[in-house]
Design a protein around this ligand. Structure first.
Ligand code: ZN
Length: 164
């Protein structure tokens, strides 16, 4: 960004918020009365610096957000919303689809956990079967069904690579 070179008179057409200090040569805030680097007095008074800043700011509507304590104008806010799924697909990163199936998997794991408790053999086998079925249902639903739906082109090629 262009640096204003005459701090004491307000060049309203100059969009710069910074100025080269006549004493130390470093960039400093244009509308503060002292140089931030060496303390050189840029403006006769802080009131004058403030008035100059106000005049400069009113000259252009894009300067409304500007602060006299900054060296540059604020950057336009960028649209930072990113489609992470599309981006991951583009980069070849595999994202698991957001899904309710992990809860099913947890429920299955709960039954499997209860089955690990030493109670009567038949009860444990029953729990093991129920837990195993729920667990498998969750895994199959999540990894196979939803994942293939989400990445239709990926999965046939990857499974094709596995079988030689
Ligand atoms: Zn200075």
């Amino acid at each position: 960004m262009a640096v204003a070179n005459k701090p004491r008179y307000v060049d309203l057409s100059n969009p710069s918020l910074s100025v080269e200090c006549p004493n130390c040569g470093l960039r400093t805030q244009r509308f503060l009365d002292h140089c931030r680097n060496c303390g050189y007095k840029l403006w006769p008074s802080s009131t004058m610096a403030s008035a100059a800043f106000k005049a400069w700011r009113e000259a252009d509507p894009s300067r409304v957000e500007a602060s006299r304590y900054e060296l540059d104008l604020p950057v336009e806010p960028v649209d930072s919303s990113i489609d992470y799924a599309a981006r991951a697909h583009q980069l070849g990163i595999h994202l698991f689809p957001s899904s309710n199936y992990p809860f099913v998997i947890c429920l299955g794991a709960l039954f499997l956990g209860i089955a690990a408790v030493p109670v009567a053999g038949a009860v444990r086998i029953g729990l093991l079967i129920i837990g195993g079925l729920i667990f498998l249902y969750g895994v199959v639903g999540w990894v196979l069904v939803e994942d293939i739906r989400m990445f239709p082109t990926d999965s046939p090629s990857t499974s094709g690579d596995v079988h030689h």
